[in-house]
Every structure is written in C-alpha cells, then in structure tokens.
Design a binder for this molecule. Structure first.
Ligand code: SF4
Length: 235
C-alpha cells in the first residue's frame, strides 16, 4: 500500500475508533461518575452542556509524537470533550506546545477554539474521568486497547511523551506485555529511553497538573526542556 493510501486508511480507522471510544460503557463506576459530574457541574460552568462521555485522542494522523496523559479532568476534558482542554493542566500544556511548534495557538478552551496540533497526537491511558483522578487497575486494563490501537495507527511515530508516572507505566506495559518487549525503566522527569530497536523513544515528564505546577515541582523551564528534547529526537 502506498504511503498516501496508508495515511487515509489510518485516518478512517481513527475516526471509527473515536466513535467506539465515545460510546464506550465498559467501566460501570466511571460511566456513573462521568455522567454525575456532567449533571451536577461546577458553579463556574453551570451554563455549559458538559461532554460527560469518554474523551477520544486527537491530533495529526501523520504525527511523529504521541503525548499520553492519565485521564480527562472532571471540569476540563469531561466538560469540553477534548484532552487537556479547559483546565489548569491544559493552560500549562498548550502554551508550552505552542512555543515548541507543536500547536498553532496557546489557547485551548473548547472543541471549536481553532486549536490544531502539528506533528502530534494527544491521548490518555484512561478516557473517562475517574473519582479522585484515580482509575482502578481494571479500568485502565479495559481502556488500554484504545491507546494501543492509536499507537499502531500512527505510522510515523518516533517519540511517546508520558505525562506522569501512571501514563509512563502503562505505556511501557503496552510494549512489554502486548508487544513482547523486555523493558524496565525508572520514571523520572525528562527520562529518555528507547523502547526497543524498532520502537519509539519514551520521554517521561512530570504531569502538568496544578498540584505540580503551582508547587514548583514542574516549572515552565523544566517543561520546555521536555519539548526541546522531543524536537531534538524527531530531528
Ligand atoms: S475508561 Fe475506557 S474502557 Fe472504561 S468506560 Fe471509559 S472509555 Fe470505556
């Protein structure tokens, strides 16, 4: 199959996968929670019609870079329907991606805000908002095949950026248990590891949650270092 045909086929499958993800109800606890959060809402967003469904990955099908987060924020992606959109994590992430050339704008407020990713796809290990930001192991296991399929569809993938330890551990799990690679790396900020000869680099970063960015655990300079390393790796 020619490259152009391959890309069209991958794009079609990603669109079908988006439909599968957004209608998924495999985890009863998370279905109940995402819908409850969408019904009750936060006072500041009472006039919003919350998304309240699983949040699909989005971005460039020809991306060399995949960003993996943990799960939608209760009043961020679970409200807006797009990863890292409308909360503090996104307010830290997208300006950094814009500066590094991976986004056309620093602003991410809703699905119609004009944001486009360049050479990047953004996804997560769990697509439904979990209570306390803590998905159960079985819920991540239920959800991980979606991420695995996205990885398989990104034909040009060279670098995976795991935001936070859970994203890091479960991305490695995909390569270790599903793809049969023997891997053991330690999580640290700006860790750079090659996941086997024919697989992408795995770059690890602290998660851009408010808990990390407001305490100085993750600074703008530290985060910029991640994206400049990614740019170096993709040449
Ligand atoms: S977490 Fe994933 S597997 Fe579970 S209901 Fe949501 S989309 Fe489905």
């Amino acid at each position: 199959m020619k490259r152009s045909e391959l890309m069209i086929a991958s794009q079609k499958r990603l669109i079908a996968l988006e439909e599968e993800v957004t209608t998924c109800r495999k985890c009863p606890r998370l279905v109940e929670w995402r819908e409850e959060v969408a019904r009750v809402k936060r006072r500041a967003y009472l006039d919003w019609d919350y998304w309240g469904k699983p949040v699909p990955g989005f971005g460039d099908v020809a991306a060399q870079v995949l960003v993996v987060g943990l799960a939608p924020g209760a009043h961020g992606a679970n409200r807006t329907g797009r990863m890292f959109t409308g909360d503090g994590s996104g307010d830290f992430l997208y300006p950094a991606l814009h500066k590094a050339g991976f986004a056309n704008q620093p602003r991410a407020v809703d699905r119609e805000d004009g944001l486009q990713l360049n050479n990047m796809f953004i996804s997560a290990v769990c697509r439904c908002v979990p209570p306390g930001n803590k998905p159960k192991a079985v819920e991540i296991s239920n959800c991980l095949p979606y991420l695995q399929e996205e990885i398989d569809l990104l034909e040009d993938l060279q670098v995976i950026v795991a935001l936070g330890r859970i994203a890091f551990d479960h991305t490695l799990r995909i390569y270790r248990t599903i793809k049969g690679e023997k891997l053991k790396f330690d999580f640290k900020h700006l860790g750079v590891n090659k996941i086997g000869e024919d697989n992408p680099w795995l770059v690890s970063s602290y998660h851009p949650s408010r808990q990390n960015t407001q305490t100085g655990r993750l600074t703008e300079a530290m985060f910029a270092g991640v994206w400049s390393t990614v740019n170096d790796l993709t040449g």
